[in-house]
Design a protein around this ligand. Structure first.
Ligand SMILES: [Zn+2]
Ligand SMILES: [Zn+2]
Length: 347
């Protein structure tokens, strides 16, 4: 099969001919029809993720059709070859204590296509524990739209709807208006609250404003500008970029008893980011993490999309082919990518 492969971290990936994956007994092989290009793929390529072993095929936001089911999957499982499916980017084991409590998004033994094994920048990708992790696509949802939901939109959906406990009449700031940030803005605007979109890029601010957010210039002084615009701080603030600076500014944007939700990945020097803990205690602030979304939470999101409660397809900027992935991946490392929408590969 054709796949985008890299043999060294940071070295340009190549389109290569590689063997088709073998189907695990409880897994499935998916014929990839669409797959998103995400900053996490770029982090993986740069060597920021220690679960990757070389050579490697990235790609973790996909939709496609079941090509093969594992030998241990019963015919009465409800799944069949040809079914249109997606999967969370964190595939769960189904047996650890987190899975048993319904928190598959933080599974102790998770597998991640594009990280722990070869991913979806290829014609075929393996999903482990298929009966737990496969998600059926509503007929109304195309492959490109479904792939665009798999990582950034699902992460934003759970962060806003579930983790932040955003309530009617509240105000929210979203720091970083890239893929996950614009998704968060779309979801918060649909919830009917006041949304501030914060970014250093004019294109990103324009995109945020088009979705219904109040644009706020990012960088030095961003928190002060939100405090001024919101009349003393927001109830919820999200760091959708993932850096020491944006996380700090997000917490500083909160009013008392506000909730910060970290959804941008914190890698490298940002992993140990400083926090204004004096404000956390004095204002009883909450600092929350949000990490993907479990398969069982997808139907409510997919239903809302199918009913056009929000339209994530509007967040898709460019549709490319597999051989354009190396360039698209390299572009992820530059700030100029902000505001131009998600890039989705069609196969
Ligand atoms: Zn992603
Ligand atoms: Zn588990």
């Amino acid at each position: 099969m054709r796949a985008v492969l890299f043999s060294e971290f940071g070295e340009r990936p190549e389109l290569a001919d590689v063997p088709e994956p073998e189907c695990p007994p409880r897994g499935a092989v998916i014929r990839v029809r669409a797959t998103g290009v995400c900053r996490s793929d770029w982090h993986g390529w740069m060597g920021h993720d220690d679960t990757i072993s070389l050579p490697h095929v990235p790609g973790h936001e996909f939709a496609g059709e079941i090509a093969e089911l594992g030998s241990e999957i019963d015919s009465d499982s409800g799944w069949a070859v040809g079914d249109r499916v997606t999967a969370p980017f964190i595939c769960a084991c189904g047996r650890c204590s987190e899975c048993l409590s319904g928190n598959e998004q933080v599974c102790d033994a998770q597998s991640q296509p594009g990280f722990t094994h070869w991913g979806s920048f290829a014609e075929y990708v393996v999903v482990d524990e298929a009966e737990l992790n496969l998600i059926r696509l509503p007929d109304a949802l195309g492959f490109v739209e479904a792939a665009s939901l798999g990582c950034r939109f699902a992460t934003a959906y759970r962060a806003i709807i579930s983790r932040s406990r955003l309530a009617p009449g509240e105000k929210i700031a979203v720091h970083g208006c890239g893929g996950v940030g614009l998704s968060a803005i779309m979801i918060a605007v649909a919830a009917g609250v006041t949304v501030y979109g914060v970014d250093v890029s004019d294109a990103a601010l324009d995109a945020a404003e088009k979705l219904g957010a109040v644009p706020v210039r990012g960088g030095e002084g961003a928190a002060e500008r939100i405090l001024a615009a919101s009349g003393g701080g927001v109830d919820v603030s999200v760091d959708a970029f993932g850096s020491s600076e944006t996380a700090f500014a997000s917490v500083q944007s909160l009013k008392k008893r506000g909730r910060h939700v970290q959804i941008g990945l914190m890698v490298g020097t940002s992993a140990l980011a400083a926090m204004p803990m004096d404000a956390v205690i004095a204002g009883e602030l909450e600092i929350l993490g949000s990490h993907g979304m479990a398969a069982h939470e997808y139907p409510s999101m997919l239903g809302a999309v199918a009913e056009e409660f929000f339209r994530p397809i509007e967040l898709v900027g460019r549709r490319i082919s597999l051989d354009e992935v190396p360039d698209a991946l390299a572009a992820m490392g530059t700030a100029g990518a902000a505001g131009s929408g998600m890039t989705v590969v069609e196969l």
